[in-house]
Structure formats: C-alpha cells, structure tokens
Design a protein around this ligand. Sequence first.
Ligand code: KG4
Ligand code: ZN
Length: 338
Amino acid sequence: MSKYILAIETSCDETAASIIKDGTEIISNVVSSQIDSHKRFGGVVPEIASRHHVEQMTIVIEECLTQAGMEPADLAAVAVTEGPGLVGALLIGINAAKAFAFAHGLPLVPVHHIAGHIYANALVQPMEFPLLALVVSGGHTELVYMKEHGSFELIGETRDDAAGEAYDKVARVLNLPYPGGPHIDRLAYEAEEAVPFPRVWLEEDSYDFSFSGLKSAVINYKHNMDQRGEEIIPAHVAKGFQDSVVEVLTAKTVRAAREYGVKQVIAAGGVSANKGLRNALESAFIEEDIPFFVPPLKLCTDNAAMIGAAGFFMYEAGVRGDMKMNGKPGMELKTWIE
Ligand code: KG4
Ligand code: ZN
C-alpha cells in the first residue's frame, strides 16, 4: 500500500508543507515565501521570519491537504525539518508537526535540511548508489558521498563562505536585490565579457572550497574602480564571479566523481538553480559518461517536498522523533542507518 508523508519545512524564509507519496511523487506542494518582507533589509531577519512562519503555518498545512484532497487519516507520518537553520524559525515548523502528529496519532520523522535538498532528486529519478551529491545553498557548500540510502560521508566543504552566501554578498556590492543569486545568474548569462577573478583551488588533493577570497577580490575591484572614478559594468563583474565559482565547483565535483567511482552525480540546494552551474555540470558529466541530475528550479530552493522525500526513506528505515524534539540550528548531517 502506498504511504503518504506530510512534510513541513520552516528553517529559513519559506513556510512550506507538502504531501509526498512513497518518497518519489509530489501530491501537493505549498511554499509561502517571505522574501518580499526581508528584501528591504538586504537579508533574512530571524525575528521577522519566525513571525511570518507563525502566521502562515496553519494556512499552508491546510492548503496542502486541500490541494491533495486528503484527510489526516490518509497519512502515514509527519516529517519536519529539525535543523540546521534559524532556531526560532525551525521551532514553528517543529511545534506544528508535533501538534499535528499528536492530534492525529501519527509518528514524527525529524529530517536534516541538507538531506532534504539531496533527496529532492528522488522526486525526479531513482537515486542510484554509490552517489555523489554537490550541495550548494545559502548556508552550505559540500560534496557528499552516499554509498546507500541514509549514508552521508562529507568529503569536502567550504572553509569560509557558502556559495550562496558569496552570491548574496557580491550581489550587494553590485546593488542587486536580495537574494542576489538569481540576479547575478541573469546578468552573467547576458554578459559577453568577464572581469578576470581568481580561482581558489586550495591544496591539490582537497575537496574543500573557499569563496571569501573571491568575494574580497570583487569588493577590491569595485573599490579600485571607484577610486579611479570609473564605473563598473555589473554584468561583466557578475560573469567574472560566476565563472570562477562554476569552474571550481564543477572541477572538484568531476574529480571526486572519478575518484569515488560513483554511478550517479546529483546537484542540490538553492545555488543548483544556477543556469551557469547546471550547464557546466551537465556538459562535464556527458563528457565523463556519468549520469548527472539536478531537480527542477522550484525543488532546488527551499521547499517541503524534499523533506517529505527524505522523510519517507527515513520512515521506512524506522527513524522516529518524539515530543521532546527541539530545533537544532547547527545540526550535522549524520547517517540514519545505524
Ligand atoms: O537552498 P536555499 O533555498 O536556502 C538555504 O538552505 O540556504 O538557498 C538559497 C541560496 C541563496 O543564497 C540564493 O542567492 C541562492 O540560493 N540562489 C542562487 C540562484 N537561485 C538561488 N544562486 C545562484 N544562482 C541562482 N539562480
Ligand atoms: Zn535550503
């Protein structure tokens, strides 16, 4: 019999709920974005995020059930993002999940936000192991090796800024609205020339990343131009920055895929919505003859469908939360198959 999971995600600035069938099929997927409320501050304001989640949470869950044409009795479990994220924001989703689970006698499944991003791919095609995931979001930049469902080995990560964070900071230098990633992506796509910026490779055998030097190079370039009284061309800066990020992310992902001999490579997280990155990874893995997948744009940025996908596989593996569950802002990505 098919199993339906209600999933809830409130780790940052999207209040989201979704119903997922058997971890692979979206029955309903509702995302209420707060971006407009945070835009004027140039970033997410935690207190405002929590307030929005409180206002939206019940409406979003009800909408999600209505769109699916389902009753709580049709569900097998409630999955919810336990961390990482903003603690006040996480707690709204966790408490809603607890209340819903308690009221309807359903088990709770606590999900790691990044596991969710990775499992967005299960909604697109079956995951095949061993697998390599490039996770690029606002808070994370990681290469994750998975030998089976629920097994995560971190083989590389950023030593400073996450890729999305670098995008958002550079966008600010270019006076682009928050979140800056999509704007830089668009400008870079239109540009014919690129300002040359460095590539940060770190040690030869390292799968780690570093983006703060690149961010500083962009800031320095802007200062130098300002001092000389010259105007920068934002599109050329955007392309220079993006070319550097994409080249390093792609090269390290290809090298890791070869070394670990994976059957599949996937990209995940908000920055995997980036056109330049998607194109570069797609062509690189055609060349390597390794299947590469990236979810459609709306499943790359934060949503609850991905939490429902990961939640299903965790539910099947017997992972359960309880009424003592708490938000874990710094939660680590750990295996769930012990
Ligand atoms: O995964 P996500 O929605 O939230 C986190 O878990 O952090 O990622 C948000 C990040 C932001 O930094 C945003 O600027 C970036 O993803 N982003 C992009 C694009 N779309 C969103 N970065 C580059 N190109 C894009 N098209
Ligand atoms: Zn995310």
